[in-house]
Design a protein around this ligand. Structure first.
Ligand code: MN
Length: 294
């Protein structure tokens, strides 16, 4: 089947980020959702924070977010510039730099810290990253925590037709290349570079919620208005064809996934199905059941 016979995903809208706020003292973020109240339209994704780009001066005291808990979902950190060190109560640790991805499954609960990596912090520089929260289905919210470091070198790269650019496959498959991320529910996560004046045509699963976040440049998708840096184009789930037109050399993140379709109850770093489960999460954290950093 050629792409010309595929049904395009219809654009729901193009969304602007909220105003910048600091997470801890190291992550100057602008939020795309939940602040835009996209809810069902971005299910299974719960949160997208865009950090930077911002210059940090040299320091011997790495900035970031100290010990804090999560339960009920996964945090996925995608690095563009800078470096982040993670350490958690399940005994996992890792450092990610440009092109790397950290996929942390909080599930039943972890306590972790996310800091600028010490050597990078001593030199300082431009910091730029995305943190995405991916929901877990009810049946997996209380599973054991997990952690995956996905290094740049392990993330396969596929060339787009006609010299239009390339796709780095973090999760899901693209043109026969499979991303290294192990996901609980079906998710596609692609890092794309698209050359100015070119089109990228992609076929994503019908029924998956698909969005495009602009990291750099200016793009339209399936006839949307042009979206600039830090804007998010959101599609309806029906259809499969996505055509991205780059007005400038662009870097974009495609996030797509099968909706979970279960009730969502949120309280800060906890995302469960019911209020009662949130109360339990707070109690379990206070009782030390999510562990501590050693
Ligand atoms: Mn965290």
């Amino acid at each position: 089947m050629t792409t010309s016979t595929l049904v395009p995903k219809e654009v729901l809208g193009v969304y602007r980020p909220g105003s910048a706020h600091m997470v801890g003292d190291g992550f100057p973020v602008r939020n795309l959702f939940p602040s835009n109240e996209l809810d069902q339209a971005v299910d299974p994704f719960l949160l997208l924070d865009y950090a930077g780009p911002q210059i940090f001066g040299p320091t011997d005291h790495p900035r970031g977010v100290g010990e804090h808990p999560h339960r009920g979902f996964e945090t996925v950190t995608i690095m563009y510039q800078g470096a982040v060190a993670h350490r958690d109560s399940a005994g996992n640790a890792g450092v990610i730099g440009p092109g790397d991805v950290q996929w942390m499954t909080a599930a039943s609960g972890v306590v972790h810290e996310e800091l600028h990596e010490a050597d990078w912090a001593r030199k300082g520089g431009i910091f730029q990253a995305i943190q995405l929260w991916v929901n877990l289905p009810r049946s997996r919210k209380m599973s054991a925590p997990g952690y995956q470091t996905l290094l740049n070198a392990e993330i396969p790269k596929a060339e787009l037709a006609g010299g239009a650019g390339h796709v780095r496959v973090i999760a899901g498959s693209f043109q026969g290349r499979k991303g290294p991320a192990h996901t609980v529910t079906p998710v596609e996560l692609y890092d794309l570079a698209v050359v100015a004046g070119h089109r990228a045509k992609l076929n994503l699963p019908d029924g998956h919620n698909t969005s495009v976040f602009v990291v750099q440049g200016l793009v339209s998708m399936n006839g949307s208005r042009d979206a600039e840096e830090a804007e998010l184009i959101v599609c309806r789930r029906n259809g499969s064809l996505v055509v991205i037109e780059a007005r400038e050399d662009s870097r974009i993140l495609i996030l797509s996934g099968q909706p979970i379709g279960e009730p969502i109850a949120r309280y800060g770093p906890f995302v469960m199905n019911t209020k009662l489960e949130l109360v339990q999460a707070v109690e379990d954290y206070k009782a030390g059941k999510m562990g501590h950093l050693s």
